[in-house]
Ligand binder design. Structure first.
Ligand SMILES: [Zn+2]
Length: 286
């Protein structure tokens, strides 16, 4: 039950560094980039159990890459049957693969009458889902993508906010920011890893695009994350005869622990990120 007693001792309010360290475990990561830059793959690479809240139905096609092969001693690609049965390892043909502990949530909601997405219901369901996650003590929660959630909140505001002559009144925006902020803070407060993905948005100066991009989520959100990753895909032509290949690069653009930690990591995974955090700046991640 909610404790309504007033605080009476200073120790109830102020914590020792050791107590805070125990509370604030888990990296809070924003990974953003254009389509097909492996943001969802990064989510699924995080420590299990992975709670993947998926608004784009992007995760299921990737499950085949997250099966642990006891012979290869790592996650490899396995053939999955349409029913989800695990077939042989694509590397060594071993048939004892074990699926990673992933819990997938289809966060889209189609109105059964119109068959159209309904952002009001989707948003309510997401908030209830976050409430249900309150007892999870271990692993990773992923919101994939935060851009969709921010769009839902804006649609909700458009539908419920006060308008004058068809235009949303300016001060109404505080309600959208408030709802977004509350959602984000609830996820941040958990002693878990938290990953949010976002799509990109062009930055304009007046009417002209500057060629720069930013994550398409609520404007003031970036400061809450420990790590921000800009995921990019590059086309490389190599070899003779020349072969086209895509390379996937993750540029660390913010790290709360050190402003000098700015590596670009190819084919980024959670393990590779934390390995570099430890080796380069001595940050241990639990
Ligand atoms: Zn294998």
């Amino acid at each position: 039950m909610w404790n309504q007693q007033p605080v009476t001792s200073i120790d109830q309010v102020f914590k020792k560094p050791s107590e805070v360290a125990a509370h604030k475990t888990g990296l809070k990561i924003l990974i953003w980039g254009a389509e097909d830059t492996r943001k969802t793959g990064f989510c699924l690479s995080c420590p299990p159990p992975v709670y993947e809240v998926d608004t784009e139905l992007g995760a299921p096609p990737l499950f085949q890459h997250f099966v642990y092969c006891p012979k290869c001693q790592k996650h490899t690609t396995h053939i999955l049957s349409p029913e989800g049965a695990i077939g042989p390892c694509r590397v060594c043909n071993d048939t004892n693969g074990v699926m990673k502990d992933i819990h997938w949530c289809d966060a889209t909601f189609l109105n059964p009458n119109t068959d159209e997405p309904d952002p009001f219901v989707a948003l309510q369901r997401l908030e209830s889902t976050i409430t249900l996650l309150k007892d999870v003590k271990k692993g990773t929660v992923c919101i994939d993508s935060g851009t969709d959630v921010w769009d839902w909140i804006q649609a909700w505001l458009e539908g419920t906010g006060k308008h004058k002559e068809g235009t949303l009144l300016r001060f109404e925006w505080a309600k959208a920011k408030q709802r977004w902020r509350q959602l984000l803070l609830r996820l941040m407060a958990k002693p878990l890893h938290f990953v949010m993905t976002a799509q990109t948005q062009d930055i304009y100066q007046g009417n002209e695009p500057t060629g720069e991009h930013r994550p398409r989520i609520q404007g003031a959100s970036q400061h809450v994350f420990d790590i921000i990753i800009y995921a990019q895909k590059w086309l490389a032509i190599t070899g003779n005869p020349p072969v086209k290949r895509y390379s996937y690069q993750a540029e660390i653009t913010k790290c709360r622990f050190s402003k000098d930690f700015r590596p670009t990591i190819p084919d980024v995974t959670f393990d590779e990120l934390t390995k570099q955090l430890k080796e380069k700046i001595g940050v241990e991640v639990w």
